[in-house]
Design a protein around this ligand. Sequence first.
Ligand SMILES: [Zn+2]
Length: 382
Amino acid sequence: MCANVVAKGQETQVQVTGVRFHEDRGRMKLHLDLDKLPDTHNIFTLEKPHRIVIDLPSSRVSTLLSKELKARGTVRRIRYGKRNFDDLRIVLDVNGKPGVVSSRVYQFKGTNKKRLVVDLGMAPITAVEQDKPVDAADLRDIVVVIDAGHGGKDPGALGHRKTQEKEITLKIAKELYKKLKRRKGFKPVLIRDADQYLSLTERVQMARKSRADLLISIHADAFPDKAAHGSSVYALSTKKPSSRAAELLARTENQADKLFGEIAVTGSEKHLSKTLLDLAQNAVLESSIECGDVILSHLGKVTTLHKSTVEQGGFAVLRAPDVPSLLVETAFISNPREERKLRSRRYQKKMAKAMADGVVDYFMANAPPDSVIASLVVKQRG
Ligand SMILES: [Zn+2]
């Protein structure tokens, strides 16, 4: 009889398939992705210490998710457990008394995605109230891995004046490195600092090995239409590319491995189950797009934008499942006016500065709790 009840419960259970914190206009929110809409849910706060409790009847957390349940900013700890046999309780330990905590459940238009959003009624980061000041020695720098596109036997695209993309990308990458190096709390890493060939897989592996918080791959590609101009920012698409141009470009970029190196799509990703990969990539992809938006807004101040939103395509270099990754097309080398600009030191510096400003802005708002930047933000606000 008992077995029957369990079986029935499992059938109707809501599964939490994704968990992440989201900072929205100075408020901290918790997003729970669900496989179906819950009949009801309950949220309340407790004091001494301050906690926010979310009860979801007949629900469970996907077993693949435990890695994602990481505390962030004002949320010191996140835990979950079973209640009354098959209900789920999620508890957030927070710094300070929350304001008005609110929530809503919704289904995305035109898709199957369902989400419970909880507004925690708090700023993303608040000063730690009591005990345990964070030990400054434990704080880490934010690692930004900079990839100068192409290199060595792969020259990339060619301009009219025979400018090679690989030279331009290296110059801009080095400028970006210098600019981030000067910022407290950031540790830039160059994937290549010379005219050297690396396969796309090797680039992805380097980013993962460096435990990058962000990978930026810099390009300046050609387009059949010589009039095409402006900067664009791309994130990975696991499904359909956002435009025909994004698809074409991803295909060209991915050729590098086909033309110049052996294709090795296996590597360590093989060990991750597909679902875990999808889940992790969804969260990472959302961060990539948010960061891309901030970088675009800075690029838009110094140059024309080819597209004003982050586009998506199947770029192999953006495929690290655990590193937010972006590809920046600084300008079109196939456009003679832009080729001229790309060759100028001034323009290279300007592009690097816009990217650096974007990166810094993004991480000031999304600082990992164990980072030097998070402690700087607390100081500024406190
Ligand atoms: Zn390229």
